[in-house]
Design a protein around this ligand. Structure first.
Ligand code: GLC
Length: 563
């Protein structure tokens, strides 16, 4: 890792293949669909595409339960399609980033089928098996991320196995060197295919604690979150360094690690010169509304200054060393206009989405745009819980009811936080099923597709799509925006977020009005005078400065080159 690396200079696009584009008309997206849309992504300025898992899988968790790491699920196509995707993307200057799920496999993976057969087979300790407590109950009171106990009893073997996520996703035993060697083998298979990098799923769960003990419960089910026992455990870096040395180090790729449980203070240890990954996917900003206990029906109030504090803390460490994955949306989170700005902003239209785009893509790190974010797609409100597909939505709904919420309250919590908000089919046009497919899609299309769609965006020079294109170009053209240090101005201002990015030769100033009202930004005289050249903004007519104050329209964003 050097000071300058190709992956620090690019914008990444995340494709959720099941919902991106259906080329074979079965209601579900596929690899050929992604190939069809490569020009669209190239035109946006994208240079790497992270695709969520497309491996052979029973699809209990939409592909995060893998039964064969070297095969493509037929729903998505064939290995030939995958090779074609890598090569077609390559022709357009884009690299494919695969999702690596290494904490767990599917319970249908041959390794698990063998492991559960007996206590003596060759793979007997490839997973994490424990005897029941003397009363026959689970070995500990840990709650899986998707709800319920994180232990499931297997009749055949007569023991419990651990799963941090669904029961169909048993955790691998990383303490076993044979398991690690098998993992490195299939990683190398993909490296040899010429992928541009990997996104490492739930990687901070892989190291289990020395001792398995009950923890203080935090719910009426008497359970405690499994993350408290298995996230970012001491010794995890040893495994990660070994994996890096045996796989990634030998190729010119980048790695982006999903890293819940890693505090900002540890960014330099995990990334940076002596780190393991190129960059981290952090969680503090995404979890802000749900809090550490992750109960959707007990949302946490937060303010802009809280968000500034969280993001600025991470940026502070990235200034020192290492790198960050910049994102506001992904396949696990609701849409950003809803979560960060709320209903008013949805009504205000693209200006608010342009504000958010300006805000996060110009921070220090590599920006990730999640499919549909460049169109301003928003949260969906399905009328009843049976329209939802996402495992965690169904579990959260059940827990909400169990803990005393009404059906309506439980549904509203799901509206707000469901992972299906970002999994609705991509809105390509105002045609039937939003141009995603000619058949009924696996998940309901958001009804606003008639207005919010790629075709309309591409026809309108002032659209959000073209605004993202400008942001990507701006970042590419400015050394300060790629490598410059971040500094927060006016940390306590409740409506405006202002920051600078500076390197030795250049300084940029970003000013963002997060509120839905007109705001006088009480900048110092020096600041207003310094802000000489506006290089990007999201309103067509700015209000004049007065008495050394900038008058910012609702959701206005400005980017200045500072003299
Ligand atoms: C990660 C993925 C999520 C998945 C989970 C289990 O958090 O992003 O979609 O359900 O890991 O693999």
């Amino acid at each position: 890792m050097g000071e300058r690396d190709w992956w620090k200079e690019i914008a990444v696009y995340q494709v959720y293949p099941k919902s991106f584009k259906d080329a074979n008309d079965d209601g579900s997206g596929d690899l050929k669909g992604i190939i069809e849309k490569l020009d669209y992504l190239q035109n946006l300025g994208i240079e790497a595409i992270w695709i969520n898992p497309v491996y052979q899988s029973p699809m209990v968790d939409n592909g995060y339960d893998i039964m064969d790491y070297k095969a493509i699920h037929p729903q998505f196509g064939t290995m030939q399609d995958m090779d074609q995707l890598i090569s077609e993307a390559g022709k357009r200057g884009m690299r494919i980033v695969m999702d690596l799920v290494l904490n767990h496999t599917s319970n249908q993976h041959p390794w698990f089928l063998e492991s559960k057969r007996s206590r003596t087979n060759a793979k007997k300790d490839w997973y994490i098996w424990r005897d029941p407590k003397p009363d026959g109950t689970a070995p500990t009171n840990w709650r899986a991320e998707f709800g319920g106990s994180s232990w499931t009893f297997d009749e055949q073997r007569g023991q419990y196995y651990l799963h941090c996520f669904a029961a169909e996703q048993p955790d691998l035993n990383w303490a076993n060197p044979d398991v690690r060697a098998a993992i490195y083998e299939f990683i190398t298979f993909w490296l040899e295919k010429g992928v541009g990098g990997f996104r490492l799923d739930a990687i901070t769960y892989i190291k289990k604690p020395e001792r398995f003990t009950d923890l203080p419960p935090n719910g009426e089910d008497g359970l405690a979150p499994v993350g408290r026992a298995s996230l970012n455990q001491p010794g995890i870096l040893d495994y990660l360094h070994e994996m890096k040395a045996r796989t990634f180090d030998n190729y010119d790729i980048f790695t982006v690690a999903e890293a819940p449980g890693v505090p900002a203070e540890q960014i330099p240890q995990f990334t940076g010169e002596n780190g393991v990954f190129s960059m981290l996917i952090e969680f503090d900003h995404i979890n802000m509304g749900v809090g550490s206990e992750q109960k959707w029906y007990e949302p946490m109030p937060w303010s802009l200054t809280d968000l500034k504090q969280i993001v600025s803390k991470s940026q502070h460490f990235v200034n020192k060393s290492g790198w960050s994955a910049l994102y506001l949306e992904n396949h696990d989170s609701p849409r950003s206009i809803n979560s960060y700005l709320g209903d008013q902003a949805v009504k205000a239209g693209t200006i608010s989405a342009k504000l958010l785009g300006t805000f996060y893509t110009l921070l220090k790190g590599t920006p990730y745009i999640y499919q549909g974010q460049e169109l301003g797609m928003t949260n969906v409100h399905y009328p009843s819980i049976d329209k939802y597909d996402d495992l965690s939505s169904l579990n959260q709904y059940r827990s909400a009811i169990r803990e005393g919420c009404s059906e309506q309250e439980a549904l509203e919590a799901v509206w707000h936080f469901s992972r299906d908000n970002s999994r609705t089919p991509m809105q390509w046009s105002d045609q039937v099923y939003a141009g995603f497919s000619t058949q009924k899609p696996w998940l309901g299309v958001h009804p606003n597709f008639v207005r919010v769609n790629a075709q309309a965006e591409l026809r309108n020079p002032d659209s959000l799509y073209y605004y993202y294109q400008k942001l990507i170009r701006l970042r590419k053209s400015s050394r300060a925006l790629r490598y410059g240090d971040y500094a927060l101005l006016k940390p306590d201002h409740e409506h405006v977020w202002a920051y600078t990015r500076s390197c030795s030769r250049e300084k940029m100033l970003v000013i963002l009005n997060f509120s839905d009202t007109l705001v006088d930004f009480p900048s110092s005289q020096e600041l207003v005078q310094a802000a000489t050249k506006l290089v990007l903004g999201n309103v067509s007519q700015r209000l004049p400065d007065h008495e050394n104050k900038m008058q910012l329209k609702p959701y206005e964003a400005r980017v200045y080159l500072v003299k």
